[in-house]
Design a protein. Structure first.
Ligand code: UDP
Ligand code: MG
Length: 326
């Protein structure tokens, strides 16, 4: 079933979009708690569960939910595309007037939906969760996250709130704007800030994972950080000129010092310092080339204009009864 074919589905009042990787142990609890939270706001809701190439039976578990409950839509992606792309797939697919983004591990409590809706009623387009306290996360994750946000804030013009994840409630018009951004290196919380409109922080306490362990090891965190910086700023490219200037000045100082020593009769034996300077300069040049490469590579990947993801299968009972083509 193609995404376009279901574009004509009925709109609902609320969509909850959840990317799920290997979350078998948490899916039933997720379904139970999200359903309870949604039902408080009437029955016009859908839970869009995006299966991001799971290998542990999450797919089957989610399909079973979609086969028994009209409110559940299961989108099985063709492989593991990563959190941000899986989320984008769900966001493109969902039809709610309001959209709640949630993680499958229940670190962000779905029970906050009511309070977030009330906040949105005050006239906001985005109510984004801001973590006050983060249970069960290592000091390293907390320290690196805090350093990352500080660095990002200095480099980027748009305000990206520190300690915010993707947990947020969005209005349909904010989501339409987000969906209109076609880039493939997606740092969604930053893209949402970039949109503008009225946005407000919603402080909450982040819990431990309900089950399993994080799917964001150090490597993926660094990649997300690099995506964030390169998508929102060209400051690293300017860094090259800055470094060039710094080393130029350093060279002048060293030259002055050498000439001075020479004028008072000291000839400085120079090969060690020369070797050191050459090594430093060489490494700086390679580093700058690397930064260039990072942007160039991203430009290359963007110019291919490949679709962000492919869908393997969509299971949705309500769609099947309303539209036999599906
Ligand atoms: N996730 C995903 N694809 C991936 C990795 C993660 O869809 O390749 C989902 C995962 O199932 C969860 C969310 O993204 O719902 C956040 O992942 P996780 O909880 O591991 O990250 P953390 O909360 O530790 O930053
Ligand atoms: Mg998590």
């Amino acid at each position: 079933m193609e995404i376009e074919k279901v574009a004509a589905r009925h709109a609902v009042m609320l969509s909850v979009v959840v990317p799920c990787y290997n979350e078998l142990d948490g899916v039933a609890e997720l379904y139970r708690r999200v359903t309870a939270a949604c039902l408080e706001h009437g029955s016009s809701y859908e839970i869009v569960l995006v299966i991001d190439g799971a290998t542990d039976g999450t797919r089957e578990a989610v399909f079973r939910l979609a086969e028994t409950d009209d409110h559940v839509v299961a989108i099985d992606l063709a492989r593991n595309y990563g959190h941000q792309i899986a989320l984008s797939a769900g966001l493109e697919f969902c039809r709610g007037q309001r959209i709640l983004i949630l993680d499958a591990d229940l670190q962000d409590p779905p029970e906050l939906l009511g309070a977030m809706m009330t906040k949105m009623n005050e006239g906001f387009d985005v109510v984004y969760g801001q973590r006050l306290k983060r249970d069960g996360e290592s000091w390293f994750k907390l320290a690196s996250a805090s350093m990352f946000y500080r660095l990002l804030r200095r480099m980027v013009d748009v305000e990206i709130a520190p300690n915010s994840g993707d947990f947020r409630l969005m209005s349909r018009r904010a989501l339409d704007h987000l969906n209109a951004m076609p880039e493939r290196y997606r740092f969604i919380r930053g893209m949402v800030s970039w949109i503008g409109l009225k946005q407000v922080a919603f402080p909450y306490e982040r819990h431990r994972r309900f089950a399993g362990t994080t799917h964001y090891p150090l490597k993926k965190m660094i990649l997300l950080a690099v995506d964030a910086m390169t998508s929102f700023s060209v400051a690293p490219l300017r860094f090259a000129s800055l470094l060039g200037m710094m080393f130029g000045l350093l060279g002048l100082v060293v030259l002055g010092y050498t000439l001075f020593e020479w004028s008072v009769g000291n000839v400085l034996p120079g090969w060690t310092s020369l070797a050191a300077i050459m090594l430093i300069l060489g490494s700086v040049q390679l580093m700058v080339l690397g930064i260039f490469g990072e942007y160039l590579g991203r430009m290359y990947m963007e110019t291919k204009r490949r679709p962000l993801y492919f869908v393997n299968e969509i299971v949705a009972r309500s769609q099947a009864t309303e539209n036999t083509e599906l």
